[in-house]
Design a binder for this molecule. Structure first.
Ligand code: BES
Ligand code: MN
Ligand code: ZN
Length: 490
């Protein structure tokens, strides 16, 4: 899909589909008036008749044979002007346009975006089309035909042409990164394995000269003393992979940013086996890793002038004769020992060694890990926010505001010392679980023991990475948050 900003005269502009924003009880915008005149008053007539009330997200497709616009799609803004209403209106608009069987559409939607809208709102336009146009049906024998819509023109003020054109394109890049993450996460566990992810990382490096990929296999991890990572991966016939992608486009001596993703390509729970119902959703347990890939694609396409280390801790958590057992004690790369009281708390075990490796080798200026870490986070926050934990207030604030601005919100959770003793055990430096209270917090406390003073944040995306039910599928969250954070940091 291609996006262009243009300053168009609505009545003269020839298009397959003119999309027009309308506010309830408000006079038509200038563009809408021009289109209304060009189509013999059809728009004002359907509004007057009450057939179109311009409610938030309401759409109506009209044939307008007499005008330069072959058809007009009316989109209701609703009464409110907040970002949730805008998101809803844009999403409904995108759905209707994608289904309209038109190869091209021109948008006259100041009524939706507001008179003095900023670049971020133009980005939301591109995002709506790319996000809603996404399909995951490669595994269906008869996939639905994709939408014909290829080219989208946003009509803007002449003075803002460049700004809005750039915003549309950057919005499209980030939304494509979101869809990369969705596809990786939607693919089943028998397709996306740890080895699949490392192959994918190698391929990315082959086509991008600013990217190099290195993969550590089981023996290399063993040699580095990553006993925690190994304890998870060893129960699977597919070897665990620590995937390290280095994007270098900043000054050579600039300390890099680092992203570390939980890449459990399937989480059965291991010997602490999960119940059967809904277990298929544990293919999404590499949602953090998927977002690392998606964010990296966006960073590459935006050509951000930064150095960025992307680490993916990829393993399959399986029950097996040689799998870890409750009570097993392992030594992490940091030297700290862990008693594995529950093999289903595996995410923190792969992440702790991945964090140590990243910090020791790259001394990042900030490291953010992204993980579908705890069911407890879903209980705490539901599906609307990712849980954010950090040892650094500035980093936390930057991430929170990126999430807020991009409509990909996170909510800060406490990481107080008072929670740490829940990880105590008689038999090792710490246990890998902290009891039933504050399970998301104690998981973050566990990780905090492996980052020292490095500015670090942890995003628990257990509730935000995918949706269940009839629309089951990966959301690609929090790629938007991360991509925005990195572009602002650069
Ligand atoms: N991948 C799960 C977390 C999860 C569960 C995410 C449900 C989304 C939905 C993680 O590995 C896990 O199993 N965590 C356990 C931790 C517990 C054993 C302390 C959990 O949350 O139950
Ligand atoms: Mn688990
Ligand atoms: Zn897991």
């Amino acid at each position: 899909m291609q996006f262009t900003a243009k300053s168009c005269a609505a009545e003269q502009h020839s298009t397959e589909l003119a999309i027009v924003g309308v506010r309830p009880e408000q006079p038509l915008s200038n563009d809408a008036k021009l289109l209304d005149d060009a189509s013999n008053g059809l728009i004002s007539a359907v509004i007057k008749s009450g057939d179109f009330k311009a409610g938030n997200g309401e759409t109506l497709l009209l044939q307008t044979p007499s005008s330069e616009a072959k058809r007009v799609l009316l989109v209701g803004a609703g009464e409110k002007d907040d970002s949730a209403s805008l998101k809803k209106a844009l999403s409904a608009m995108a759905d209707a346009a994608l289904n309209a069987n038109a190869p091209e559409a021109t948008l006259f939607i100041d009524e939706l975006l507001g008179d003095e809208y900023d670049a971020e709102r133009a980005e939301m336009v591109a995002h709506a089309f790319i996000y809603n146009g996404y399909r995951f049906d490669d595994h269906k024998s008869e996939p639905k035909a994709p939408s014909k819509l290829e080219h989208i023109v946003l009509s803007v003020k002449a003075s803002e042409l460049e700004l809005m054109d750039a915003a549309l394109n950057e919005g499209a890049i980030i939304a494509s990164g979101v869809n990369v993450a969705r596809t990786l996460a939607n693919e089943p566990g028998n397709v996306v394995t740890p080895v699949y992810l490392s192959a994918r990382a190698q391929e990315m490096a082959e086509v991008n000269d600013k990217l190099t990929t290195k993969v550590l296999g089981m023996e290399e991890m063993e040699a580095l003393g990553m006993g925690a990572f190994i304890s998870v991966a060893k129960g699977s016939v597919i070897p665990g992979q620590l995937i390290v992608m280095e994007y270098r486009n900043g000054q050579a001596d600039d300390a890099p940013y680092a992203l570390v993703g939980k890449g459990i390509t399937f989480d059965t729970g291991g010997i602490s086996l999960k119940p059967g119902a809904g277990m298929d959703e544990m293919k999404f347990d590499m949602g953090g890793a998927a977002c690392v890939f998606g964010t990296l694609e966006a960073v590459i396409d935006m050509e951000l002038p930064i150095n960025l280390i992307c680490v993916v801790a990829a393993a399959e958590n399986m029950p097996a004769g040689n799998a870890s057992k409750p009570g097993d004690i392992v030594k992490t790369m940091s030297g700290q020992t862990v008693e594995i009281l529950n093999t289903d708390a595996e995410g923190r075990l792969v992440l702790c060694d991945a964090l140590t490796y990243t910090i020791e080798n790259y001394h990042p200026r900030a490291v953010v890990d992204i993980a579908t870490l705890t069911g407890a986070c879903v209980i705490a926050l539901g599906h609307h926010a990712s849980g954010l934990y950090s040892n650094d207030d500035d980093l936390a604030d930057d991430l929170l505001s990126s999430g807020e601005e991009m409509g990909d919100r996170a909510w800060r959770m406490p990481l107080w010392d008072e929670y740490q003793p829940q990880l105590n055990t008689n038999f090792a430096d710490m246990a890998n679980i902290g009891g039933k209270e504050a399970g998301s917090v104690t998981a973050a406390c566990f990780l905090s023991r492996f980052v020292g003073d490095t500015p670090w944040a942890h995003l628990d995306i257990a509730g935000s990475a995918w949706v269940s039910g009839a629309k089951k599928g990966a959301t690609g969250r929090p790629v938007k948050l991360l991509a925005d954070w990195l572009r602002k940091a650069s």
